[in-house]
Design a protein around this ligand. Structure first.
Ligand SMILES: [Zn+2]
Length: 303
């Protein structure tokens, strides 16, 4: 998710932590845990400092190791250690559990986006993207804002507001997952240009009813379009290795150094799909969700 959403998740989980009596009844408990959940909800994205090195390094590594199993534990330990030194009267392991939850929620919410994370490293180095929730989701962000406002103005108890908020968001994530699954099964049969072996990737947009679509064919051609109002609309067609976006990506790869002989991959994402619709002057790749260079061992065909 975007940094703003991770921030409201951090605040929200800090509010939710007040259901823990060990935190709520200790004078410094709420402030310690709030600092911890905010830090934990931002920590995995600390790898954005790679941008200072180069855009290619950032694109290749962002959401990689920093979002993996060992890193989740590492971030939680580091933050808990710092907080337990600052707030010695608060149970360190209660702080630790809430911080760990914040880091896990960060990685889990990123997995639902289209960008992909290497969350399952070291088990697998595969980039995993579930393509279900847009990187900025107005409902998730807005629901958090309302809950935080109710808490800060004292209109409602955080021990009521935040359990309700997260129960509601769990239902929302489940609903979006079901919609994505159903549409993924349905769309191939609704595509009049469908050929044998075509693979479809459905990507979320800001609009709950519209999805970007990428179709990859066995001859290494792509179609980019959208699912809107119950119909497939193809907007652009391209072939591996000939599209300007891919060429721009290769240049970026070249800048990363000869040692970086990784395949060029077109990460299926809303912005990549939108970028291919004609905004080619955006390349080379100003944003992480554009076409990116990844070391995922993908040669030849993209995606
Ligand atoms: Zn992240």
């Amino acid at each position: 998710m975007d940094s703003g959403t991770h921030l409201v998740f951090g605040l929200g989980l800090g509010g939710l932590a007040l259901i823990d009596p060990v935190i709520a009844y200790e004078p410094y408990g709420p402030v310690a845990v709030l600092i911890g959940t905010i830090a934990g909800s931002q920590a995995p994205d600390f790898d954005t400092v790679l941008r200072l090195k180069s855009n290619a390094d950032y694109i290749k590594n962002h959401r990689g190791m920093s979002h993996s199993f060992p890193a989740i534990a590492g971030w939680a330990v580091l933050i808990t250690l710092a907080l337990s030194l600052l707030f010695r009267s608060v149970s360190w392991w209660h702080i630790g559990l809430w911080v760990l939850l914040a880091v896990i929620v960060h990685v889990l919410s990123d997995l639902f986006n289209s960008y992909g994370t290497q969350a399952f490293r070291p088990v697998t180095r595969k980039w995993i993207a579930w393509n279900i929730i847009h990187i900025f989701d107005p409902f998730i962000f807005g629901a958090h804002l309302v809950a935080i406002l109710l808490w800060l103005t004292g209109w409602a108890s955080p021990t009521v507001v935040f359990p309700v908020l997260y129960a509601m968001l769990a239902v929302y994530y489940a609903w979006r997952s079901v919609v994505h699954r159903r549409l993924s099964a349905r769309i191939p049969s609704r595509d009049p240009e469908r050929r044998e072996g075509d693979q479809y990737t459905l990507l979320p947009t800001l609009n709950l009813h519209r999805w970007n679509l990428v179709r990859q064919s066995t001859d290494c051609t792509f179609a980019i379009g959208e699912w809107d109002k119950g119909a497939v609309h193809w907007i652009d067609h391209t072939k591996c290795d000939v599209h300007p976006a891919v060429e721009a990506s290769k240049k970026e790869q070249g800048r990363a150094g000869a040692a970086e002989r990784h395949a060029v991959s077109l990460r299926a994402s809303p912005r990549a799909a939108l970028g291919l619709r004609g905004s080619l002057d955006r390349y080379p790749l100003p944003a992480p969700e554009a076409v990116s260079v990844r070391g995922d061992g993908h040669d030849g065909c993209l995606l």
